[in-house]
Every structure is written in C-alpha cells, then in structure tokens.
Design a protein around this ligand. Sequence first.
Ligand code: GN1
Ligand code: MG
Length: 374
Amino acid sequence: MNYVPKSVVEMVAVGLLPHPVLEIEELSSGLINDSWKVVTKDPKHPNYLLQKINHNVFRDVESLQYNIKMVTDYIRNKVILKGIQDIDRHVLTPISIGKGDNTKLYYWDSNGDYWRMFLFIEDSHSYDKMESPEMAEVAGKAFGQFHKYLKDFPGKRLCEVIPNFHNTPVRIENLRRRVVLNPAGRLKDVNKEVDFLINKSHDFLMIADLGEKGIIPTRVVHQDTKFNNILFDKNDEVLCVVDLDTVMPGYICYDVGDAIRSGANTGKEDDADIKNVELDMNLAKAFMKGFLDKTRMFLKKSEIETLAFGAKLLTYEQAVRFLDDYLDGDKYYKTDYPEHNLVRARAQIKLLQSIEKHYTELDAYAKKCGVIKY
Ligand code: GN1
Ligand code: MG
C-alpha cells in the first residue's frame, strides 16, 4: 500500500469508511487541498476521491460542505432532467461519512484535520492548458453549461465560505497592508512588482463598482474555473466541472476570466521563463465563443460587455494574490521552493501585459459572439 494518511487508518478503524480499503493513491492536486484516490477492496464497490481540506483557507468546513451538497444536488436534478445517462459521471457526488445520526459530509480527525470524500469518477482526466481551439470551445461550453444549470439557483442559500474572494479592491488593500508590514522581510526583492501592481490598481476597480451600482447582477458562479477543473472522459468528451469549493455569489466575468487566464496561457502559471508566457488569442476567442453559445440567451448585455475584462481582472488579481502571499512568507498557497510565489506573480504580470495588448480585439469578439441570432 502507498502512503496512507493516518486519518484513513482512523476512519477505517472506527468503521467510518463505507467499504474496506485496498489502497490509497496520492493524486497530484491544486494549490490548496490534498487529494487521494481510495481504492476499495471489492471491485463491485465504487472508489472514492479523498481530500484533506485546507482548514487555513476554509475556516468553516460545515458551510463549505453544505454549499457543495446544495449545488451538486441542484445540478444533479438538471442532469437527470436533460436525460443524461451515467449521472454520477456528470456531477460530483459528495459522500456522507459515518453512520446513523453521526453522518456528516466531512470527518474531523483526532489531529484536528478535516477530510471529505466524493465518488471517484473513473477513466477521467483534465488538462492544465487548452490544447487547441476546438478544445477551448468545448471548455467554454462546459463552463457555460455549468452556468446554465445554475442560472436560477437562489444564491442566498449559499454561505460565503471565503469572504471577498474576488473582491479586487479588498485584494489590493491586503497587498498595500502587507507592503507596509513586510512580515517576511521580502519587500526588498519585489519593489518593481509591487509598484507595477499598485500603480495599476485604479484600472481594476470597475467590476466591483458596476456590481455595487447594480449594473451587473450577482449570480452563483464557480470562482475557480482553472482549466484543469473540467473533467474529460477517454474520448475527450466533457464529463463535468469539479472543485466546487468556491461556488458562491459573484460576477460572471470572474469565471470567463479565470478560465482564459489559466487555459489560454502559452506558458505555465508558474513559468520561470516569462518569454514563454503570452495570451493565445485563438484559444481565448474559441473559449469565449463556446461559453457564449451556452449563455448568451440569459446573460445581460452589461455582463457580456465585461467578459473580456474578466481575463485582465483575474490575471491582475492572481498576480496580486501570489505577490501578497510571497510577502507574507508563503502561508496560503502550497509552494515547491522559496521563490515560487514570486515566480508565479511575475508570470501573471507578463500574462496581464499580453492580455492588455489583445484586450480591444477580445472585447470586440465577445460582444460580437454575444449578439443573439434569431
Ligand atoms: C487555488 O488549488 P486550486 O487549484 O483549486 C486557488 C484559486 C487560484 C489557484 C491558482 C480557494 O486553486 O483561487 O486561482 O489556486 N483557490 C483558492 O492556481 O484560493
Ligand atoms: Mg480550488
């Protein structure tokens, strides 16, 4: 058996896991939670995705899991209504852990760590980057479909698990404060990056402002639409959108923006060679087209007019967040080496500069695709 998290042993010992376990495989995962595949002994029983929830990021696990349950139940009904077969492959299934009255959607172990499980979706994979315009369009449709499922979901029923998650003015304020406090003594290495981001801050207050004025509506949005949060089957057909931790009320441009930021970058999110980092316009446009094919019927014109801006906004915000964490001594994101967050911030700054060059064209394209053709 590979490395087994102590808590799994604990869960098995107290009979909390639904079926006996054969082995646990560590999965490469995102920057926040840790994930494993739990293979059960009896092939007739399903396998599970086990995750250790990052409690430093998600302080209120009860609300986190409540949101995920509400959203997945809602999407499940829509998937059923659409007549889709293999429902459990087209929406995540959170697993209740425990027995009788003690059933919960998470397990709090004796170390104080929080764990949760989903049904494992077999024969599925994801990509870090969009590999062709065709794939980008499919991805746009996948996130667009996600919004179509949720367009009437009552947002008030969800808890704000990370307050101000994409509130750019708040993110900028956090960075300013960190610069003043300089908690890890790293400011001296990053004056150039700090100046660049702070000097631009006034350009990125627009979405919060449009939202406050009611010009763009608040909707239930995913808020972490990294391209690798789409699962594909072995024929590269979309199965579902995963990583629902941050599904909360927000603005639609966040989701388009983050998908383009993460999927249409010619380099890597943490590319140490910023020459590799550019916006691939063919991918960005194809994504936009796919997304609007699924959503133009219900989005407001004012929202469509913010989609291209979302790509700039989310890239800017991500640069601010990585730099803020670097200055804070890497407390939020997992890092592989001491400068990792700085390398990430620099790559996002380069991507932002590239998106700015293409912005007018991408914005015009989104507006053209957003026109309803009868
Ligand atoms: C985190 O860990 P992952 O990949 O789900 C982060 C996102 C960032 C992303 C950058 C809750 O997502 O907001 O965009 O890293 N999630 C949280 O790679 O902060
Ligand atoms: Mg996530």
